[in-house]
Design a protein around this ligand. Structure first.
Ligand code: HEC
Length: 99
């Protein structure tokens, strides 16, 4: 009985670990953040007709991650986007780009 209990516990831990996301991206969280912070300029769904604000929809995920990191680090210099990118965590960036 004791061995059975231990085995059950181990199985539960293994299942819990397997269920944890292997990749730290949360598309729903990215969508929520985009609607909250980014949509006013980049448009709902990342599509905007205003020429001043680049379209984000359909861009490669890697490209968006890099662009946001570069704004944050100052490697890419834009006063507007630096402010927003600086407020993002690495996790936010990955979620946003995935979205
Ligand atoms: C106040 C308006 C404004 C807001 C809000 C804003 N952006 Fe931007 N964004 C801009 C402008 C203007 C540019 C173009 C800057 C440049 O030329 O480098 C830009 C550029 C970008 C780029 C680079 C696009 C490309 O094609 O290289 C990314 C990625 C981006 N924004 C993501 C975001 C995300 C994600 C958010 C929300 C956290 C956000 N932006 C919020 C105005 C805004």
């Amino acid at each position: 009985m004791k061995a059975f209990t231990f085995g059950t516990f181990t199985a539960a831990v293994v299942i819990a670990l397997a269920a944890a996301p292997t990749d730290a991206r949360d598309i729903a969280a990215g969508a929520a953040k985009a609607a909250e912070v980014c949509a006013s300029c980049h448009g709902k769904d990342g599509n905007n007709d205003a020429p001043d604000f680049p379209k984000l929809a359909g861009q490669y995920e890697d490209y968006l991650v890099k662009a946001l990191r570069d704004y944050k680090s100052g490697e890419r210099n834009n006063a507007i986007m630096k402010g927003f990118a600086s407020a993002l965590s690495e996790r936010d960036i990955r979620n946003l780009a995935a979205y």
